[in-house]
Design a protein around this ligand. Structure first.
Ligand SMILES: Cc1cc2nc3c(=O)[nH]c(=O)nc-3n(C[C@H](O)[C@H](O)[C@H](O)COP(=O)(O)OP(=O)(O)OC[C@H]3O[C@@H](n4cnc5c(N)ncnc54)[C@H](O)[C@@H]3O)c2cc1C
Length: 389
């Protein structure tokens, strides 16, 4: 295992670690965490580093645990549509290996050049096809984690050792490195669809709620419907994906349903991507809240992109926004979105004193108990997540 002094490029949200450790096996991850526990050192796990600036900066960071050397696909049981991979495998490498067998992990990863299996699970953000296939949490069937004291624990899949009473896969998905280290993951796969077609058209914002409801119920069974509205006042572009058998005739049906548009066999260039994530806000909402969310985003002057079917969109700032302005913008946005039954959380933002990143989080006491149980010494990515966890 390599351990080297950290340099400026290793900073996490501006916080410079002292060392970078590059373990090459699960046992070495455990050894690093045991050594850190003995010395009360704080650890931040890292995958491809594409999104290390998401969340709050860690309160302290002694060791950056870089998982890039844990990069083996351990088992691909093609007949069972299951793959087991180490945390540092990039999503691109995984996709390439699975495509060779005509299969895929149905997650859309926007920063695929660097994003890893571990980082994808730890951030757990859903992309376009979550509407049809579910999110990372739904496709994960087993996980191996290393707890802050160095204990290796497994859950789901082929269970060797478990932590009684906890579904580790569910807990660690979206944990942002605050509970321990994801070392391996087992996923359910899907066959690559025979064909994919995207139907894209400019639509009036006022028509979107009706179209989304019609698409959700449509016999053409779209896998995703995304909206792109880079200019808050511009008409949104709606793009709908159909996959599998009879894709052409189903695309034609979708085209008719949305009142025209272009049919392509490649996604629009913005599909599933984030362009600017200095300021990035996630909005989740029930189907009935779509009109209010569109209006609230436009009023806040933010660019919007995301799923009208799954009720999850990203808002980006298209120009630099000062701290006070951002705090006020988010507060106004949250008021309107919450009134429509939705939720607003700030995924990434420059340091800004008055900004409430998460708003009211109903499960907070439970999350605190889980954190206390897994990481009583507050050494795993301390302060990164909601409620200062
Ligand atoms: C528009 C959009 C759509 C997306 N769609 C999807 C999607 O469909 N499905 C999906 O799963 N993701 C999706 N994502 C999330 C995206 O894939 C993340 O950027 C990616 O997962 C980050 O990977 P990384 O390896 O670069 O992580 P890093 O940037 O290195 O780390 C990210 C966080 O995870 C922690 N972490 C990293 N590795 C581990 C580990 N092994 N154990 C514990 N904690 C760790 C880090 O400490 C940090 O807090 C989406 C994001 C966006 C913006």
């Amino acid at each position: 295992m390599t351990v080297r002094p950290a340099d400026a490029e290793d900073a996490v949200g501006g916080v410079l670690p002292r060392w970078v450790a590059l373990p090459e096996s699960v046992e070495e991850v455990a050894a690093v965490l045991r050594a850190c526990a003995a010395r009360d050192l704080a650890v931040v796990p890292a995958g491809g580093g594409t999104k290390l600036h998401w969340g709050l900066p860690p309160e302290r960071c002694d060791v950056l645990l870089d998982l890039c050397c844990l990069n083996e696909i351990l088992e691909h049981a093609a007949g069972d549509l299951v793959v087991r991979a180490q945390a540092g495998v990039t999503m691109d490498a995984l996709a390439a290996a699975l495509a060779g067998e005509g299969q895929e992990l149905a997650l859309d990863v926007p920063f695929s050049e660097g994003a890893t299996v571990g980082g994808t699970l730890a951030t757990a953000t859903a992309g376009p096809r979550a509407f049809r296939y579910g999110t990372a949490r739904d496709l994960l069937i087993g996980v191996t984690v290393v707890l802050p004291d160095g204990t290796v624990a497994r859950s789901g899949g082929k269970v060797v050792k478990n932590v009684a009473g906890y579904d580790l896969g569910k807990l660690f998905t979206g944990s942002h490195g605050t509970l321990g280290v994801i070392a391996e993951a087992t996923f359910r796969l899907h066959p690559l669809p025979a064909a994919r077609r995207w139907v894209s058209a400019e639509v009036a914002a006022a028509e979107l709620p009706g179209l989304a409801a019609a698409l959700a119920a449509a016999q053409a069974e779209p896998s995703a419907a995304e909206v792109d509205r880079p200019e808050p006042d511009a008409p949104p572009v709606l793009s709908v994906l159909v996959e599998g058998a009879a894709a052409d005739s189903r695309a034609a049906a979708v085209r008719e349903l949305i009142g025209g548009g272009e049919v392509t066999d490649a996604p629009p260039p913005w599909w599933g991507l984030i362009t600017r994530d200095e300021v990035l806000v996630e909005v989740r909402f029930p189907a009935t809240g779509l009109a209010a969310v569109l209006e609230a985003a436009a009023r806040a002057g933010l660019a919007l992109r995301g799923s009208v079917l799954a009720g999850r969109v990203w808002l980006e700032a298209w120009r630099p926004v000062g701290g006070d302005e951002l705090a006020a913008t988010v507060a106004g946005l949250r008021r309107r979105v919450e009134a429509a039954g939705g939720r607003v959380s700030v995924t990434a933002a420059p340091p800004c004193a008055g900004l409430d990143r998460w708003g009211q989080v109903s499960g907070l006491p439970l999350m605190r108990r889980v954190k206390e149980r897994f990481d009583p010494g507050r050494r795993m990515s301390p302060g990164r997540f909601v409620g200062g966890m």
